[in-house]
Every structure is written in structure tokens, then in C-alpha cells.
Design a protein around this ligand. Structure first.
Ligand SMILES: Cc1ncc(COP(=O)(O)O)c(C=O)c1O
Length: 402
């Protein structure tokens, strides 16, 4: 615990918010309807941790448990699958609402669309989702993983029938490689979970796909009698997920949005770096970005999301690895009477940050800045389960830090 949590309060200049409609409620409803057409679809659990909330000095703590998503142990498939469907819809002159799972996987549509090759780069979860969706839709997938990716994550992608390898380069360079190969391949399409200048349509569909998770959570909160969370904590790699969640809830509660907090891995905290610089321009982190939070090890912000985040987020947090590790342990063994949540490194980082902020005196100023107290209802997303089972056991069972 020698490394402390860093944070930047958002004082960046506001923009015209032109990307907020990407996460408009009607767009997200389309994504939700698409996902509901999958035979594998069920709403993932929203777990309320009452005793943990009391222990932390909060009113309510809710954790959306994405380890149950489509049997893939992470939320990511929501994005890739919806983007691929929208792409195929566009190519075949349809609206995505005309392409539920049964039509998309039909022989008739396969004959009409033929076969494309979907390229992507991934830390693991996004590539697994793309490979899974490509397999179901009779399409090809090529997946590149950054240096340091584990064999287990690679095998999970290979099992879905994709061509996959681990490159001697970081995530952001793998993205450039995948984009280049897609460009050079006949019927090659890059399905990347981040946007850059000139590449915005597919990533905006991916963000809308993530909206399904946020929409479910909003409904589940109501079911618990919580009309609106006061705070939403969301983790970020490139920030597509954070932009989706922040955008959706800003559109859902336009008059009274929750306070949004973004949590990154300290080693890859590009959004926090941008917020600290304060001029509104994005910043980049490069190098190997060593962290246990593989899903958050991305150093170049999604340009669409960045605009949403700088208009609506209150605080950006850079969390060292111990924050994620302690979040994993606390969720695995919460206070007696609360249900456990199997939460992996990238999944548990926001909860670990919340727990540290509420219990460690050195973060009192941050607690006040965010406005967390006994009246707060906090929503968090455990975006993955034990996607790296060996490491999960090392951290949770053996008490190691990696
Ligand atoms: C489990 C998990 N959580 C969170 C994220 C962060 O999402 P984004 O890169 O859109 O910020 C990822 C990204 O791969 C992930 O795999």
C-alpha cells in the first residue's frame, strides 16, 4: 500500500456536448432489444450490499455483476456484438431492429451478407466478445493481444474459433496493427472498442451496446426502491465504457444527474492525466503500462467518450494495483449477510477505490470532494468475474498482490 491513490477534480472547460446523443435513450433501447433476442440473454444481477454500505458509512451500495454476461464472464460482448450487427445491418440495407439474433444467424442472411473478417485488438475481454459473436454469425475474427497478455486469456479467444496472437507491443500499438490489417484485407473490418479521429461510427455502436448494462442497472435500482443513485463509479481503460455509462445516466436523469467518478489503473491513467492538465485536450500514457488491471491498461482515450467525460465527470481517480486487489477480496468475502461477488482485477477497481476513500483518513478530502456520506447511494459495475482464474486465486485466496 505504499503507492497512494491520485486524483484530479474535473475543472476542464465544457464543450457543446455533441456526443451525448450517442447514448440517447432510444439508441440504447435498440441495443437492449438486440441483446434480448439472444438465447443466452439474461439480465445480470444487481447485488445490494447493505452491511457493507453501513460499514463504509454509506446509505446504499449496489454492484452490477457482469460475471454472468452470456457465459463470457465480462460485459464486453455487449459492445462488439451490437456493433457487428449494426455493421451488417448497414451493409444489407436494414435497420438493426430488423436483425434479431434469429435473423442474423440464419442461412438466408449469411448468404446475402457473405463473409467478412473482423479485426480487433484486446486485453482479452473485448476480443473474446468479438470472437464469440463472429463465431455465432458465421464470420471470421482476427485478434491481437498486447505484450504480457496471459495464455488463459488467449485460449479463451482461440476457443471461440478466432485467429489470435500475443504481440510484442502495447495495447494501443495492437489497435494500430489491427486497423492496418483490416485496411489491407478484402472485406476486412476493424471492430475496435475505442474511437479516434476518422473512426467513430463503430465505436459509438460499441458504446451503445454497453448501454444495455446501464439500462438494466437503472431498472434494477428502481426495483430496489432506489429512484436514482447519488453516485456512479465506473472504471476506464480507453473510456468507452465510462462514456457509455456516464452518457446513459446523464440522459436518463437530465435534471438531476448522479455524481460521476471515473477510476483508472494508475499505470495507464490517461484520462486522469488529461483532467489534471485541465485544458480539455486528451493526454496519452505510453510504454508497457504494467498493472494487474489488464482491462484498464490502455493509454489513449476514446475521442468520443473524452468529450462526454469532460462535460459530466466530477473526479478522475488513478488507482494503484492494491486498490483493485483489496476490492476483489472485499467483494469475494463481504460482511456476513451480504452476497459475495466474484470480481476480477478490472471489475473490482472502483469498489476498491470507494472502500479506500471511505475508510482511510488520508482520503478524507477526496471523500468530501465527491460528496460521499451516509446519504449516498452508490452504483458500481463489476465488469468482469475471474477472467484470469489463476491470478484471481493468487489474489483472493493466497492474499498476493498479483
Ligand atoms: C473488465 C473490463 N472492465 C473495464 C474495461 C474498460 O473499458 P474501456 O476500455 O472502454 O474504458 C475493460 C476493457 O477492456 C474491461 O475488460
Amino acid at each position: 500500500m505504499d503507492q497512494t491513490i491520485r486524483w484530479a477534480v474535473n475543472h476542464m472547460p465544457k464543450t457543446d456536448d455533441r456526443n451525448l446523443p450517442v447514448m440517447g435513450l432510444s439508441e440504447v433501447r435498440k441495443a437492449r432489444a438486440f441483446h434480448e433476442s439472444f438465447p443466452q440473454y439474461t439480465t445480470t444481477p444487481l447485488t445490494r450490499l447493505d452491511r457493507m454500505a453501513a460499514y463504509l458509512g454509506l446509505k446504499e451500495v449496489y454492484v452490477k455483476d457482469e460475471s454472468y454476461r452470456f457465459g463470457l464472464n465480462a460485459f464486453k460482448v455487449l459492445g462488439g456484438s451490437f456493433a457487428m450487427a449494426r455493421y451488417i445491418a448497414g451493409e444489407t440495407g436494414r435497420d438493426v431492429s430488423e436483425l434479431p439474433y434469429s435473423v442474423l444467424t440464419s442461412d438466408k442472411l449469411r448468404e446475402e451478407f457473405g463473409q467478412a473478417t473482423f479485426f480487433t485488438a484486446t486485453d482479452g475481454n473485448h476480443g473474446r466478445g468479438v470472437a464469440w459473436a463472429a463465431g455465432r454469425l458465421g464470420q471470421k475474427a482476427v485478434v491481437h493481444m498486447p505484450k504480457g497478455s496471459t495464455q488463459t486469456r488467449l485460449e479463451n479467444i482461440a476457443k471461440e474459433g478466432a485467429q489470435v496472437d500475443i504481440q510484442e507491443m502495447n495495447y494501443d500499438d495492437c489497435v494500430r496493427l489491427a486497423a492496418k490489417e483490416a485496411d489491407e484485407t478484402e472485406r476486412g473490418v476493424i471492430v475496435q472498442d475505442t474511437a479516434w479521429d476518422g473512426y467513430e461510427e463503430i465505436p459509438s455502436w460499441i458504446m451503445q451496446g454497453y448501454g444495455t448494462m446501464a439500462m438494466e442497472a437503472g431498472e434494477q435500482l428502481k426495483g430496489y426502491g432506489c429512484d436514482r443513485p447519488t453516485h456512479v463509479f465506473v472504471q476506464a481503460g480507453v473510456g468507452s465504457l465510462a462514456g457509455a455509462v456516464v452518457g446513459y445516466f446523464t440522459n436518463l436523469y437530465p435534471d438531476n444527474p448522479p455524481t460521476f467518478v471515473v477510476v483508472e489503473a494508475d499505470a495507464a491513467a490517461c484520462l486522469c492525466k488529461g483532467a489534471a492538465a485541465g485544458d480539455g485536450d486528451p493526454r496519452i500514457v505510453d510504454g508497457d503500462m504494467q498493472t494487474i488491471m489488464a482491462g484498464l491498461a490502455c493509454g489513449e482515450p476514446n475521442t468520443i467518450s473524452w468529450d462526454i467525460l469532460k462535460n459530466h465527470v466530477k473526479v478522475f481517480i488513478a488507482a494503484p494495483d492494491w486498490v483493485a486487489a483489496s476490492g476483489m477480496r472485499m467483494l469475494a468475502a463481504p460482511i456476513k449477510g451480504d452476497a459475495p461477488v466474484t470480481s476480477g482485477e478490472s471489475g473490482a477497481a472502483p469498489f476498491g477505490a470507494l472502500a479506500a476513500i471511505m475508510t482511510m483518513e488520508e482520503y478524507r478530502d477526496l471523500r468530501h470532494e465527491i460528496g460521499l456520506d451516509e446519504n449516498s447511494s452508490v452504483l458500481l459495475f463489476s465488469t468482469e468475474g475471474d477472467t484470469d482464474p489463476e491470478r484471481y486465486k493468487n489474489i483472493v485466496w493466497k492474499g498476493l498482490d498479483r
